[in-house]
Design a protein around this ligand. Structure first.
Ligand code: ZN
Length: 527
């Protein structure tokens, strides 16, 4: 090769280099131009799947538009949770899609849009289980001529359905205008968490009850209940302290004296009291009066009161010294017949505070009465939780036992002994203050109550007749008038009676049954 030729070739090469360098500079300029038109996307994109229950949540943090490595086609670059995914997209309209993405467009529609606008781009969401919460990868495939690229998005399947609270509602369920709503019930079911009833929070406010529950994904379910107010509670009839259940022969008796009625909503409704029956004070006996009171909503209270007309001159003149009142509670029962026979043997009259606990022996109440003993009321059921639930419940139990005695003996008893005595504190558990109310209300209804001052000690566990005997003898020896507590449902107590009588008679005591005019023993009220 000649020197001239070599020079020509060198010049040509220099020209080619210069051209190549120029092309490079142009390409670099173009790429910078495209890169400067970057679209940045921040925020969340929500995809709603066709099952309508769950949602797909694509969190696209950042998508850039750029060029691929050999500058042959545009590249879609998406950043998700710090990882960069790349995909090729043939058409510039991708730009429009990206813009929509930035406005929280549904991501699935983006996927669909790719598929529609460019047949070369397809998306797959088949790997997403929309029934399970979690993160899933979605791939988008794009092709440009023979070149192919993929883009991945991470999809977050979330529970966006709030739990549903269903309220149980009875149209006949009423709330007192002065009371609080008593819950009728509800359930809370969530499509993902299941039964979340125990997580419901409720609050009563302005005549409504508001319920709220939050599922594990933070969706809040709510319900509101309108409270139906209506006064369905009857007023209460009560007697003033000192109102008496007896009247002396010939005296006048005012059935309205000391009687009042109070309603929880209307307050004092004494004016509404109506009285059925009358008291004939011209002859000795028991008169029954029925009191009725009404509130403004028409609720009726009813109460039966017995008034004893008595002859003050014929009242028993009990000796005041060396008297023993033997009293037997909780029967009649298995050992009552045996006791009646022992008492007959010594012609001793006692007092039975009867119950209906052993209905096989109910006929013995009549037998006790016919043999000259005093039949007094203890309780129908003798179940503390029932009888001391309220004053109303107590008097219901008392009235039931009075009816049994009336049926057995033909007369209504006038003496009562509270289960546990007037001093019992167990009633506090069921109704605080009930004993104070009962000792005040009882006399007006024609009853006196009698506790005891000598305990035989037969109410606890099993013991022997000699222990009972010693307790009674010791107790009676220290009182001029003794009211002895025994239970004729315990054989060991009944077995002690004969020796007690023998001792009492030999020591000059008089055994008497309690009567209306006996001095009643009263315990200190503890509730
Ligand atoms: Zn008892």
């Amino acid at each position: 090769m000649s020197g001239e030729k070599k020079l020509k070739k060198a010049r040509g090469l220099r020209r080619e280099y210069r051209l190549a360098a120029t092309v490079c500079v142009i390409l670099l300029f173009l790429s910078l131009l495209v890169l400067s038109a970057v679209n940045k996307i921040h925020g969340q994109v929500r995809i709603y799947t066709s099952d309508g229950v769950s949602s797909l949540n694509v969190r696209v943090q950042h998508i850039d538009l750029g060029l691929n490595q050999d500058f042959s086609m545009p590249v879609l670059k998406a950043k998700y949770t710090g990882i960069t995914f790349s995909s090729a997209a043939k058409n510039i309209p991708v730009k429009a899609s990206i813009t929509e993405l930035s406005s929280q467009e549904e991501a699935l529609s983006l996927v669909e849009q790719y598929s529609k606008e460019d047949k070369d781009i397809e998306a797959s969401v088949s790997s997403i289980d929309t029934t399970r919460i979690g993160f899933y990868a979605v791939s988008m495939k794009a092709s440009y001529g023979k070149k192919k690229a993929m883009m991945y998005l991470t999809v977050d399947v979330k529970d966006i359905e709030p739990p549903v609270i269903s309220l149980v509602s009875d149209p006949e369920h009423y709330t007192s205008p002065v009371g609080h709503y008593e819950e009728e019930g509800y359930t809370a079911i969530d499509d993902v968490d299941g039964d979340i009833t125990d997580q419901v929070y409720s609050e009563e406010r302005d005549g409504k009850v508001y319920y709220e529950v939050t599922d594990s994904s933070g969706n809040v379910g709510r319900a509101v209940r309108d409270i139906i107010y209506k006064d369905i509670v009857a007023p209460e009839i009560s007697f003033a302290d000192g109102a008496k259940g007896f009247v002396n022969l010939g005296d006048s008796f005012d059935p309205k004296a000391g009687v009042s009625a109070t309603d929880d909503v209307d307050g004092d409704v004494t004016e509404s009291i109506q009285i059925e029956g009358s008291v004939d004070t011209s002859k000795v006996g028991i008169c029954q009066l029925v009191y009725k009171a009404y509130d403004k909503s028409g609720n009726e209270a009813s109460l039966v009161r017995q008034i004893r007309v008595r002859d003050p001159n014929k009242a028993d003149k009990d000796p005041t010294d060396k008297v023993i009142y033997l009293t037997f509670d909780d029967g009649p029962g298995k050992y009552t017949q045996q006791l009646l026979d022992i008492l007959d043997k010594y012609n001793v009259k006692v007092t039975f505070f009867v119950t209906n606990q052993y209905s096989d022996y109910t006929n013995l109440i009549g037998e006790e009465y016919r043999r000259g003993h005093t039949v007094a009321i203890h309780s129908y059921s003798h179940v503390y939780s029932k009888i001391y639930a309220s004053t109303g419940a107590y008097f219901d139990d008392l009235n039931m036992m009075a009816a049994v005695c009336q049926q057995q003996t033909g007369v209504t008893p006038s003496i009562v002994r509270f289960p546990g005595g007037a001093s019992n504190a167990i009633s506090k558990k069921y109704c605080p203050g009930i004993m104070s109310q009962l000792v005040q209300q009882l006399p007006a209804r024609g009853y006196q109550y009698c506790d005891w001052n000598v305990s035989s000690g037969d109410a606890g566990g099993r013991t022997t007749p000699s222990v009972i005997y010693n307790n009674v003898v010791e107790g009676c020896s220290s009182h001029s008038v003794s009211v002895v507590l025994q239970h004729d449902v315990h054989d060991f107590s009944v077995d002690a009676v004969e020796d007690i009588i023998k001792w009492g008679l030999s020591e000059g005591y008089t055994f008497l049954p309690l009567t209306d005019s006996s001095k009643m023993v009263h315990h200190k009220v503890n509730n």
